[in-house]
Write a protein that binds this ligand. Structure first.
Ligand code: NAD
Ligand code: DAU
Length: 348
């Protein structure tokens, strides 16, 4: 039987690289990974995976119409999963232009290719941030209205609406997965959990935005990519699926757990780690809470997250301790300027 061809974009990033590995475990797919290799994309995230019959890497921009058209024409993908994005809220506050270029226009380019070359599944990887701040409401299902707060979230919400319009107007078989906050190996250390781990390793301050009482639902990345695979393979055409553990933690809860487990794993003193917490100026427009219901994916696609928060955090800390060189390499260049822009100049 002919192999199915899967175009994955952003496969060198954090979640995308876990997804590429997962899909290659089953020999049913040829995976074509299109990635621009921005600061967040790293070939090392896929070390050990060689190009060949099952895997091809293409360096390029999802917004590059000619390149994307050629790739569709050449590979004729059966399905597309779009992870490629500018993904960090703080960066979208500093400069929103690349967010709309990639997260919105880039998606339009991919959707056009999907329509022209007749893909059988187009999965847009979205986020729970499109629903906006959940501070004064119950956890929401997939029908809830969109009310994004940050430029990042607005660029993702625009892509969701665009994708749904391609379903209705052209009949493109679109699926959308809206996940809560991921954590785990290979996450770029600009996000809360890897930033706190790296700063602890370097004995630097742990910057807490505002009062630290903002709440997020956290999912181990392995559970998230398993959910995305199920949506791709068995989701209903045109459907949206929330992906969530439905377990909320405040940022202070997360940092306390990190300090406690870090102390055990790295033979450090938990009390002095906790003392390095610094309350800093809040992120502008900061959402206090995200809260979604994942009943649909649990019941319809028989998915459940398997990794508990404590187990996942422990695995993550161990990975960062064992991969200190990866952390050093990805933070050696542009990261320094970014860090100063957010923590020294803008918010500091
Ligand atoms: P990431 O920032 O780690 O990786 C993004 C990847 O996309 C990188 O490899 C980068 O090189 C690539 N990329 C960026 N712009 C590109 C372009 N124009 N063309 C081609 N490639 C490009 O992101 P992540 O955290 O892995 O997130 C992946 C997706 O999941 C994003 O769409 C994000 O919005 C969504 N998401 C993330 C989370 C989370 O907690 N990290 C939660 C929900 C949804
Ligand atoms: O909810 C899903 C979203 O989760 C994804 O769509 C985004 O791509 C992803 O970046 C993430 O967004 P958040 O803004 O929630 O994640 P971040 O790790 O940046 O921040 C988590 C919380 O921690 C948030 O309340 C801000 C706070 N924070 C973050 C950093 C980096 C701090 O207090 N200090 C920090 O230094």
């Amino acid at each position: 039987m002919a192999m199915k061809r899967l175009l994955v974009t952003g496969g060198c990033g954090f979640i995308g690289s876990h997804f590429v590995r997962l899909m290659l475990e089953r020999e049913a797919w040829r995976v074509i990974n299109l990635d621009k290799l921005t600061y967040a994309g790293n070939l090392e995230n896929l070390r050990g995976i060689d190009e060949g019959e099952h895997y091809r890497f293409v360096r390029g921009d999802i917004g590059d119409r000619a390149l994307v058209d050629d790739l569709y024409k050449e590979e004729r993908p059966t399905a597309v999963v779009n992870f490629a994005a500018e993904s960090h809220v703080d960066r979208s506050i500093l400069d929103s232009a690349p967010f709309f270029q990639t997260n919105t226009i880039g998606v339009q380019v991919l959707l056009e290719g999907g329509r022209k070359y007749g893909v059988e599944r187009f999965l847009q990887v979205s986020t729970d941030e499109v629903y906006g701040d959940a501070e004064s409401r119950e956890p929401c299902d997939e029908e809830y209205r969109l009310a994004p707060s940050s430029p990042y979230a607005a660029s993702k919400a625009a892509a969701d609406l665009l994708s749904l319009s391609y379903k209705r107007t052209y009949g493109l078989p679109v699926l959308i997965a809206r996940s809560c906050n991921n954590y785990g190996p290979f996450q770029f250390p600009e996000k809360l959990i890897p930033l706190m781990i790296r700063n602890s390793m370097l004995r630097k301050d742990l910057p807490v935005y505002g009062d630290g009482m903002q709440r997020r639902e956290w999912i181990y990345v392995g559970d998230c990519v398993d959910a995305i695979r199920r949506v791709l393979e068995r989701g209903d055409d045109g459907a949206i699926y929330n992906v969530s553990t439905e377990e909320e933690y405040t940022n202070l809860d997360v940092i306390h757990l990190l300090c406690e487990l870090m102390a055990g794993e790295a033979s450090m003193d938990a009390a002095s780690l906790l003392k390095s917490m610094q309350f800093v100026a809040d992120r502008p427009g900061h959402d206090r809470r995200y809260a979604t219901r994942a009943t649909k994916i649990r019941e319809k696609l028989i998915w459940n997250p398997l990794v508990t928060f404590e187990e996942g955090i422990r695995k993550t800390i161990r990975w960062y301790l064992e991969n200190h060189e990866w952390v050093e390499r990805v933070t050696s260049g542009e990261y320094r300027n970014y860090y100063d822009a957010v923590y020294v100049r803008a918010w500091g």
